[in-house]
Design a binder for this molecule. Structure first.
Ligand SMILES: Cc1ncc(C[n+]2csc(CCOP(=O)(O)OP(=O)(O)O)c2C)c(N)n1
Length: 347
Protein backbone atom coordinates (compact mmCIF):
# COMPACT_ATOMS: atom_id res chain seq x y z
CA UNK A 1 0.00 0.00 0.00
CA UNK A 2 1.51 3.34 -1.07
CA UNK A 3 1.22 6.40 1.17
CA UNK A 4 -0.97 8.96 -0.63
CA UNK A 5 0.03 12.60 -0.69
CA UNK A 6 -1.06 15.72 -2.59
CA UNK A 7 1.47 18.30 -1.38
CA UNK A 8 5.17 17.57 -1.41
CA UNK A 9 7.42 18.86 1.35
CA UNK A 10 7.83 22.23 -0.40
CA UNK A 11 4.06 22.64 -0.71
CA UNK A 12 3.95 21.83 -4.43
CA UNK A 13 0.77 19.98 -5.42
CA UNK A 14 1.47 16.64 -7.10
CA UNK A 15 -2.10 16.67 -8.43
CA UNK A 16 -5.01 19.11 -8.22
CA UNK A 17 -6.45 19.11 -4.69
CA UNK A 18 -10.15 18.77 -4.00
CA UNK A 19 -10.12 21.74 -1.61
CA UNK A 20 -10.46 25.20 -3.10
CA UNK A 21 -7.89 27.87 -2.27
CA UNK A 22 -10.40 29.57 0.03
CA UNK A 23 -11.08 26.28 1.86
CA UNK A 24 -7.33 25.75 2.21
CA UNK A 25 -6.91 29.23 3.67
CA UNK A 26 -9.62 28.53 6.24
CA UNK A 27 -7.81 25.29 7.06
CA UNK A 28 -4.48 27.05 7.62
CA UNK A 29 -6.15 29.60 9.91
CA UNK A 30 -7.69 26.76 11.93
CA UNK A 31 -4.29 25.06 12.23
CA UNK A 32 -2.67 28.28 13.40
CA UNK A 33 -5.35 28.73 16.06
CA UNK A 34 -4.81 25.29 17.55
CA UNK A 35 -1.01 25.54 17.29
CA UNK A 36 -1.22 28.77 19.27
CA UNK A 37 -3.44 27.06 21.83
CA UNK A 38 -1.07 24.10 22.09
CA UNK A 39 2.06 26.15 22.72
CA UNK A 40 0.24 28.32 25.27
CA UNK A 41 -1.08 25.23 27.08
CA UNK A 42 2.44 23.80 27.22
CA UNK A 43 3.73 27.05 28.78
CA UNK A 44 0.87 27.09 31.28
CA UNK A 45 1.80 23.57 32.37
CA UNK A 46 5.47 24.55 32.73
CA UNK A 47 4.38 27.49 34.91
CA UNK A 48 2.26 25.22 37.11
CA UNK A 49 -0.98 26.85 35.98
CA UNK A 50 -2.54 23.68 34.52
CA UNK A 51 -1.84 19.99 35.17
CA UNK A 52 -0.36 17.37 32.86
CA UNK A 53 -0.92 18.21 29.21
CA UNK A 54 -0.67 16.13 26.02
CA UNK A 55 0.61 18.39 23.22
CA UNK A 56 -0.34 17.84 19.59
CA UNK A 57 2.09 20.12 17.75
CA UNK A 58 2.81 18.50 14.39
CA UNK A 59 -0.64 16.89 14.29
CA UNK A 60 -2.64 20.05 13.54
CA UNK A 61 -3.01 19.13 9.88
CA UNK A 62 -4.80 15.91 10.74
CA UNK A 63 -7.00 17.37 13.46
CA UNK A 64 -8.07 20.49 11.60
CA UNK A 65 -8.55 18.79 8.24
CA UNK A 66 -10.54 15.90 9.72
CA UNK A 67 -13.18 17.83 11.66
CA UNK A 68 -14.04 20.06 8.71
CA UNK A 69 -16.07 17.14 7.33
CA UNK A 70 -18.27 16.95 10.43
CA UNK A 71 -21.75 18.46 10.79
CA UNK A 72 -23.92 19.05 13.85
CA UNK A 73 -25.50 15.60 13.39
CA UNK A 74 -22.11 13.91 13.79
CA UNK A 75 -20.12 12.69 16.78
CA UNK A 76 -16.50 13.33 17.68
CA UNK A 77 -14.88 10.67 19.86
CA UNK A 78 -11.44 11.99 20.86
CA UNK A 79 -8.47 10.95 23.00
CA UNK A 80 -6.30 13.11 25.25
CA UNK A 81 -4.20 14.01 22.18
CA UNK A 82 -7.10 15.54 20.21
CA UNK A 83 -7.80 18.81 21.99
CA UNK A 84 -7.22 20.65 18.71
CA UNK A 85 -9.88 18.63 16.89
CA UNK A 86 -12.37 19.14 19.72
CA UNK A 87 -11.76 22.91 19.76
CA UNK A 88 -12.26 23.21 16.03
CA UNK A 89 -15.45 21.15 16.20
CA UNK A 90 -16.80 23.63 18.75
CA UNK A 91 -15.44 22.84 22.20
CA UNK A 92 -14.88 26.22 23.88
CA UNK A 93 -11.23 26.99 24.61
CA UNK A 94 -12.13 27.52 28.25
CA UNK A 95 -13.62 24.01 28.51
CA UNK A 96 -10.49 22.52 26.98
CA UNK A 97 -8.20 24.38 29.38
CA UNK A 98 -10.39 23.60 32.39
CA UNK A 99 -10.09 19.89 31.58
CA UNK A 100 -6.31 20.10 31.73
CA UNK A 101 -6.54 22.05 34.96
CA UNK A 102 -8.45 19.16 36.48
CA UNK A 103 -11.97 20.58 36.63
CA UNK A 104 -14.10 17.44 36.81
CA UNK A 105 -17.10 18.85 34.94
CA UNK A 106 -15.12 20.41 32.10
CA UNK A 107 -14.78 19.49 28.39
CA UNK A 108 -18.48 20.25 27.98
CA UNK A 109 -19.58 20.61 24.41
CA UNK A 110 -22.17 23.24 23.47
CA UNK A 111 -25.73 21.96 23.02
CA UNK A 112 -25.36 21.64 19.26
CA UNK A 113 -22.17 19.59 19.37
CA UNK A 114 -21.72 15.91 20.18
CA UNK A 115 -18.25 15.47 21.61
CA UNK A 116 -17.40 12.66 23.99
CA UNK A 117 -15.02 13.30 26.88
CA UNK A 118 -11.45 12.49 25.86
CA UNK A 119 -10.48 8.87 26.38
CA UNK A 120 -7.33 8.36 28.42
CA UNK A 121 -7.42 4.56 28.68
CA UNK A 122 -5.89 3.60 25.35
CA UNK A 123 -8.29 2.42 22.62
CA UNK A 124 -11.41 2.26 24.81
CA UNK A 125 -13.02 4.93 22.64
CA UNK A 126 -12.82 2.71 19.54
CA UNK A 127 -15.68 0.36 20.55
CA UNK A 128 -17.57 3.42 21.84
CA UNK A 129 -17.33 4.94 18.37
CA UNK A 130 -18.40 1.68 16.72
CA UNK A 131 -21.34 1.47 19.13
CA UNK A 132 -22.46 5.06 18.58
CA UNK A 133 -22.31 4.42 14.84
CA UNK A 134 -24.40 1.30 15.27
CA UNK A 135 -26.89 3.23 17.40
CA UNK A 136 -27.25 5.91 14.73
CA UNK A 137 -27.83 3.28 12.08
CA UNK A 138 -30.26 1.34 14.25
CA UNK A 139 -32.29 4.46 15.03
CA UNK A 140 -32.13 5.52 11.38
CA UNK A 141 -30.62 8.83 12.42
CA UNK A 142 -28.38 10.81 10.16
CA UNK A 143 -24.87 11.45 11.39
CA UNK A 144 -21.53 9.72 11.41
CA UNK A 145 -18.78 9.20 13.98
CA UNK A 146 -15.17 10.31 13.77
CA UNK A 147 -12.76 8.79 16.23
CA UNK A 148 -9.04 9.31 16.71
CA UNK A 149 -6.41 6.99 18.14
CA UNK A 150 -2.65 6.50 18.05
CA UNK A 151 -0.51 3.70 16.63
CA UNK A 152 -0.11 2.20 20.11
CA UNK A 153 -3.88 1.82 20.40
CA UNK A 154 -3.92 -0.61 17.48
CA UNK A 155 -2.24 -3.24 19.67
CA UNK A 156 -5.16 -3.24 22.09
CA UNK A 157 -8.04 -5.71 21.92
CA UNK A 158 -10.46 -2.79 21.76
CA UNK A 159 -9.09 -1.88 18.33
CA UNK A 160 -9.88 -5.35 17.00
CA UNK A 161 -13.31 -5.50 18.63
CA UNK A 162 -14.31 -2.03 17.46
CA UNK A 163 -13.20 -2.48 13.87
CA UNK A 164 -14.56 -5.99 13.59
CA UNK A 165 -17.94 -4.90 14.92
CA UNK A 166 -18.01 -1.83 12.69
CA UNK A 167 -17.18 -3.98 9.66
CA UNK A 168 -19.83 -6.60 10.35
CA UNK A 169 -22.56 -4.05 11.13
CA UNK A 170 -21.37 -1.53 8.53
CA UNK A 171 -21.53 1.32 10.99
CA UNK A 172 -20.97 4.89 9.78
CA UNK A 173 -17.59 5.47 11.44
CA UNK A 174 -14.32 7.03 10.33
CA UNK A 175 -11.47 5.44 12.30
CA UNK A 176 -8.57 7.85 12.09
CA UNK A 177 -5.21 6.62 13.31
CA UNK A 178 -2.68 9.36 13.97
CA UNK A 179 0.42 7.27 13.55
CA UNK A 180 3.02 9.55 15.08
CA UNK A 181 5.64 6.81 15.14
CA UNK A 182 5.71 6.38 18.91
CA UNK A 183 3.58 5.11 21.78
CA UNK A 184 5.43 7.04 24.47
CA UNK A 185 8.88 5.39 24.06
CA UNK A 186 7.78 2.38 21.98
CA UNK A 187 8.55 2.79 18.27
CA UNK A 188 6.02 1.86 15.60
CA UNK A 189 7.94 -1.22 14.41
CA UNK A 190 7.28 -2.81 17.80
CA UNK A 191 3.49 -2.40 17.44
CA UNK A 192 2.90 -4.63 14.44
CA UNK A 193 4.78 -6.75 11.94
CA UNK A 194 2.33 -5.57 9.29
CA UNK A 195 3.72 -3.02 6.82
CA UNK A 196 1.05 -0.53 7.85
CA UNK A 197 -2.00 -0.14 10.05
CA UNK A 198 -4.12 0.78 7.05
CA UNK A 199 -3.53 -2.62 5.44
CA UNK A 200 -5.18 -4.27 8.44
CA UNK A 201 -8.51 -2.87 7.22
CA UNK A 202 -8.58 -5.78 4.75
CA UNK A 203 -8.81 -8.23 7.63
CA UNK A 204 -11.97 -6.48 8.81
CA UNK A 205 -13.47 -6.25 5.34
CA UNK A 206 -13.51 -2.46 5.48
CA UNK A 207 -12.02 0.31 3.40
CA UNK A 208 -8.44 1.28 4.35
CA UNK A 209 -6.26 4.17 3.35
CA UNK A 210 -2.65 5.13 4.09
CA UNK A 211 -2.03 8.86 3.85
CA UNK A 212 0.55 11.50 4.62
CA UNK A 213 -0.81 13.06 7.81
CA UNK A 214 1.41 16.12 7.49
CA UNK A 215 -0.30 16.99 4.22
CA UNK A 216 -3.46 18.76 5.36
CA UNK A 217 -5.00 18.71 1.88
CA UNK A 218 -4.59 14.94 1.71
CA UNK A 219 -6.16 14.46 5.13
CA UNK A 220 -9.07 16.73 4.27
CA UNK A 221 -9.76 14.78 1.11
CA UNK A 222 -9.40 11.32 2.65
CA UNK A 223 -11.65 12.13 5.61
CA UNK A 224 -14.21 13.82 3.39
CA UNK A 225 -14.36 10.73 1.18
CA UNK A 226 -14.59 8.41 4.19
CA UNK A 227 -17.36 10.60 5.65
CA UNK A 228 -19.25 10.45 2.35
CA UNK A 229 -18.93 6.66 2.30
CA UNK A 230 -20.24 6.48 5.86
CA UNK A 231 -23.16 8.83 5.11
CA UNK A 232 -24.19 6.85 2.06
CA UNK A 233 -24.34 3.55 3.95
CA UNK A 234 -21.06 2.12 2.65
CA UNK A 235 -19.76 1.58 6.18
CA UNK A 236 -16.56 2.35 8.03
CA UNK A 237 -13.12 3.41 6.83
CA UNK A 238 -9.78 3.00 8.56
CA UNK A 239 -7.43 5.85 7.71
CA UNK A 240 -3.82 5.73 8.83
CA UNK A 241 -2.31 9.20 8.76
CA UNK A 242 1.49 9.13 9.13
CA UNK A 243 2.72 12.02 11.20
CA UNK A 244 5.36 13.11 13.68
CA UNK A 245 4.83 14.26 17.25
CA UNK A 246 7.11 17.28 17.57
CA UNK A 247 6.87 17.51 21.35
CA UNK A 248 6.87 15.10 24.26
CA UNK A 249 4.22 12.40 24.70
CA UNK A 250 2.86 14.46 27.58
CA UNK A 251 4.42 17.07 29.82
CA UNK A 252 5.56 14.18 32.08
CA UNK A 253 7.72 12.76 29.31
CA UNK A 254 11.24 13.58 28.09
CA UNK A 255 11.55 12.26 24.52
CA UNK A 256 15.31 12.86 24.44
CA UNK A 257 15.66 9.70 26.51
CA UNK A 258 14.40 7.45 23.68
CA UNK A 259 14.29 9.53 20.49
CA UNK A 260 17.38 11.27 19.21
CA UNK A 261 16.94 11.69 15.49
CA UNK A 262 13.78 10.54 13.80
CA UNK A 263 13.67 10.21 10.01
CA UNK A 264 9.93 10.96 10.18
CA UNK A 265 10.75 14.55 11.00
CA UNK A 266 12.52 15.06 7.68
CA UNK A 267 10.40 12.77 5.50
CA UNK A 268 7.10 14.35 6.57
CA UNK A 269 8.05 17.94 7.37
CA UNK A 270 5.75 20.31 9.20
CA UNK A 271 2.03 20.48 8.25
CA UNK A 272 1.68 24.22 8.87
CA UNK A 273 4.77 24.96 6.83
CA UNK A 274 3.68 22.75 3.92
CA UNK A 275 0.22 24.30 3.64
CA UNK A 276 1.63 27.80 4.07
CA UNK A 277 4.17 27.26 1.26
CA UNK A 278 1.40 25.98 -1.01
CA UNK A 279 -0.82 28.99 -0.36
CA UNK A 280 2.06 31.44 -0.72
CA UNK A 281 2.99 29.97 -4.11
CA UNK A 282 -0.64 30.33 -5.17
CA UNK A 283 -0.56 33.97 -4.05
CA UNK A 284 -3.23 33.22 -1.46
CA UNK A 285 -1.34 33.90 1.77
CA UNK A 286 0.83 36.72 3.04
CA UNK A 287 3.03 37.42 6.05
CA UNK A 288 0.59 40.15 7.16
CA UNK A 289 -2.30 37.73 7.04
CA UNK A 290 -0.34 35.22 9.07
CA UNK A 291 0.48 37.83 11.70
CA UNK A 292 -3.17 38.92 11.85
CA UNK A 293 -4.32 35.32 12.25
CA UNK A 294 -1.78 34.66 14.99
CA UNK A 295 -2.66 37.88 16.79
CA UNK A 296 -6.33 36.94 16.77
CA UNK A 297 -5.49 33.43 17.98
CA UNK A 298 -3.31 34.75 20.80
CA UNK A 299 -6.12 37.07 21.92
CA UNK A 300 -8.69 34.26 21.92
CA UNK A 301 -6.41 32.01 23.94
CA UNK A 302 -5.49 34.82 26.36
CA UNK A 303 -9.18 35.50 26.92
CA UNK A 304 -9.80 31.82 27.72
CA UNK A 305 -6.83 31.74 30.10
CA UNK A 306 -8.20 34.80 31.92
CA UNK A 307 -11.60 33.11 32.24
CA UNK A 308 -9.94 29.91 33.43
CA UNK A 309 -8.03 31.68 36.15
CA UNK A 310 -11.16 33.49 37.32
CA UNK A 311 -13.05 30.20 37.88
CA UNK A 312 -13.62 29.27 41.51
CA UNK A 313 -11.57 26.27 42.63
CA UNK A 314 -13.66 23.10 42.45
CA UNK A 315 -14.27 21.44 45.80
CA UNK A 316 -12.15 18.30 46.39
CA UNK A 317 -15.24 16.07 46.55
CA UNK A 318 -16.29 17.19 43.10
CA UNK A 319 -14.03 14.45 41.69
CA UNK A 320 -16.81 12.09 42.75
CA UNK A 321 -19.41 13.88 40.66
CA UNK A 322 -20.51 12.70 37.21
CA UNK A 323 -19.12 9.20 37.75
CA UNK A 324 -22.34 7.28 38.39
CA UNK A 325 -25.98 8.14 37.66
CA UNK A 326 -27.02 6.21 40.78
CA UNK A 327 -24.10 5.92 43.18
CA UNK A 328 -23.37 2.41 44.52
CA UNK A 329 -22.74 2.14 48.31
CA UNK A 330 -18.99 1.40 47.92
CA UNK A 331 -18.60 4.65 46.03
CA UNK A 332 -20.34 6.63 48.77
CA UNK A 333 -18.01 4.97 51.30
CA UNK A 334 -14.99 5.98 49.22
CA UNK A 335 -16.16 9.57 49.27
CA UNK A 336 -16.73 9.48 53.05
CA UNK A 337 -13.26 8.05 53.61
CA UNK A 338 -11.74 10.64 51.27
CA UNK A 339 -13.45 13.52 53.07
CA UNK A 340 -12.46 12.16 56.50
CA UNK A 341 -8.80 11.84 55.41
CA UNK A 342 -8.89 15.35 54.02
CA UNK A 343 -10.31 16.73 57.27
CA UNK A 344 -7.67 14.88 59.27
CA UNK A 345 -4.91 16.31 57.09
CA UNK A 346 -6.30 19.82 57.44
CA UNK A 347 -6.47 19.49 61.23
C1 LIG B 1 -5.17 0.81 28.64
C2 LIG B 1 -4.00 1.70 28.85
N1 LIG B 1 -2.77 1.16 28.92
C3 LIG B 1 -1.69 1.95 29.11
C4 LIG B 1 -1.85 3.32 29.24
C5 LIG B 1 -0.65 4.22 29.44
N2 LIG B 1 -0.41 4.96 28.21
C6 LIG B 1 -0.80 6.25 28.09
S1 LIG B 1 -0.49 6.86 26.59
C7 LIG B 1 0.20 5.43 26.05
C8 LIG B 1 0.77 5.31 24.66
C9 LIG B 1 -0.26 5.50 23.60
O1 LIG B 1 0.32 5.60 22.34
P1 LIG B 1 -0.52 5.83 21.04
O2 LIG B 1 -1.75 4.98 21.07
O3 LIG B 1 0.38 5.65 19.89
O4 LIG B 1 -1.03 7.33 21.14
P2 LIG B 1 -0.19 8.68 21.25
O5 LIG B 1 -0.11 9.01 22.71
O6 LIG B 1 1.15 8.47 20.61
O7 LIG B 1 -1.01 9.70 20.55
C10 LIG B 1 0.18 4.49 27.06
C11 LIG B 1 0.73 3.11 26.92
C12 LIG B 1 -3.17 3.85 29.16
N3 LIG B 1 -3.41 5.14 29.25
N4 LIG B 1 -4.22 3.01 28.95
Amino acid sequence: MEMERILDLEGRPLRPPRLSLEESRVLLKAMLLIRTFDSRALSLQRQGRIGTYAPFTGLEGIQAAAVRSLTAADWLVPTYRDTGAAILFGLPLLEALAYWKGFPDSYRAPADRQILPPSVPIATQIPHAAGIGWGLKHQKKEGIVLTFFGDGATSEGDFHEGLNFAGVFKTPVVFLCQNNGWAISVPFHRQTAAESIAIRAQGYGIHGRLIDGNDPLMVAEAVQEAAERARSGEGPTLIEARTYRQGPHTTSDDPRRYRQEDPLETTLGDPVERLRLYLQKEGAWSAEEEEETLQEAREKVAQAVAELEALPRPSPESIFEHVYGAEPPFFQQQRDRFLATLKEAQE
